[in-house]
Design a protein around this ligand. Structure first.
Ligand code: HH2
Length: 274
C-alpha cells in the first residue's frame, strides 16, 4: 500500500486472539471478524491490522500452527471482501502465507531484529512494512527498561531497520517506523518519545504510532482499557499535529473525529511533513 503524505491514515486493530489486553476474545470466528472489519472501514479505517498473537507484557508466544489457524481464514475473508489488510506477525511463514493470500502490509513489532527476511517477503509482494522498536521481548520487556538516551537509541535502531528493509528492496516510503510505545518503555520513556515525534517525522520515513488504550493512559487517568478511547483520540490528534501519518487504533470512529478536527484547525503547511 503506497502511503499518502497528504493526510493521515487510520489502521484499525483486529485482534483474533483470546488474550489481547483490550479486545481479546471479542470477535468470534471469521464472520465476527469480518463484521468488525467492515464496521471499522465504515468508520474511516484505511487498513485493517490482523493480529493472531498478543504482545501484551508477559503474553505467551503462540505456535506457528495456532497463529496460522487464527489469522489465515480471517485474512482470506477480508481480502475476498476487498478490504486492505495488514498482518501483525513476527513469523516469516505466517507472513509468506498472508502475503500470498493478498495482505498488503506486514507489521513487525521486532523491527526485523528477529527475522530480517520479513523485508524480502514484503518487497517480493510489493507490500508495505512497519518496523517497530522494542527493547527485549513481550515476555521480558517491562521488567526494567533502561536507556541512556531513549529517543536517540530508538531512532538509531529504527534507522538500522529501515536500512535493512531498503537493502532487501523496499523503498523507504513503504517502510513505516514506529517508536513502539509501551514496548520496553517506562511511562517517562513513552512521554519522551511522544514529545520527540517531530524528530521521527524529520527522518523522512513515514511514521506509524500505536498508543491505543495503552497502559500509560490507564495509569495517568486510572482507567481500564475500554475507557481509554477519549485519551487515545487526544494523543492521536497531537501525533497528527507532529506529522505522524498512520495511527493504529481500536476505536476508529473516535480517532477519525479527532483527526478531522485537528486537520481542520491546522493552517496549511504547519505540519512537519517530510
Ligand atoms: N501495539 C500492539 C500490537 N502491535 N504494532 C505496532 N506497529 N505498534 C504498536 O504500538 C503495537 C503493535 C499492542 O496492542 P494490541 O494489539 O491492542 O494488544 P495485544 O498485543 O495484546 O494484542
Amino acid at each position: 500500500m503506497a502511503p499518502s503524505f497528504s493526510s493521515w491514515q487510520l489502521m484499525g486493530i483486529l485482534n483474533v486472539t483470546p488474550d489481547s489486553f483490550s479486545d481479546g476474545g471479542r470477535y468470534a470466528g471469521v464472520e465476527g471478524s469480518l463484521n468488525a472489519a467492515w464496521r471499522m472501514m465504515s468508520e474511516g479505517a484505511d487498513v485493517i491490522d490482523v493480529g493472531g498473537e498478543s504482545t501484551r507484557p508477559g503474553a505467551e508466544p503462540v505456535s506457528l500452527d495456532e497463529e496460522l489457524r487464527r489469522v489465515l481464514p480471517v485474512v482470506a475473508a477480508l481480502v475476498e471482501a476487498g478490504l486492505p489488510v495488514s498482518v501483525d506477525t513476527a513469523k516469516p511463514e505466517v507472513a509468506r502465507r498472508v502475503l500470498q493470500a493478498g495482505a498488503r502490509m506486514l507489521n513487525d513489532i521486532h523491527g526485523l531484529r528477529l527475522h530480517p527476511e520479513l523485508a524480502e517477503l514484503a518487497a517480493e509482494h510489493g507490500a508495505a512494512l512497519v518496523v517497530m522498536h522494542m527493547q527485549g521481548t513481550p515476555q521480558t520487556m517491562q521488567q526494567e527498561p533502561r536507556y541512556a538516551d531513549v529517543v536517540g537509541e530508538v531512532l538509531d535502531l529504527l534507522e538500522r531497520s529501515v536500512r535493512l528493509a531498503e537493502a532487501a528492496g523496499l523503498p523507504r516510503e513503504r517502510v513505516f517506523i514506529d517508536p513502539g510505545i509501551g514496548f520496553g518503555k517506562t511511562d517517562e520513556h513513552n512521554r519522551e518519545l511522544l514529545r520527540a515525534l517531530p524528530r521521527f517525522v524529520a527522518t523522512g520515513s513515514p511514521v506509524l504510532l500505536g498508543v491505543s488504550r495503552k497502559s500509560f493512559l490507564g495509569r495517568l487517568l486510572n482507567q481500564p482499557p475500554l475507557e481509554r478511547d477519549l485519551a487515545t483520540a487526544v494523543v492521536t490528534a497531537y501525533a497528527a499535529g507532529c506529522g505522524v501519518q498512520m495511527h493504529r487504533v481500536h476505536n476508529v470512529r473516535a480517532c477519525r473525529e479527532a483527526l478531522v478536527v485537528q486537520q481542520w484547525l491546522s493552517p496549511p503547511n504547519c505540519r512537519t511533513l517530510p
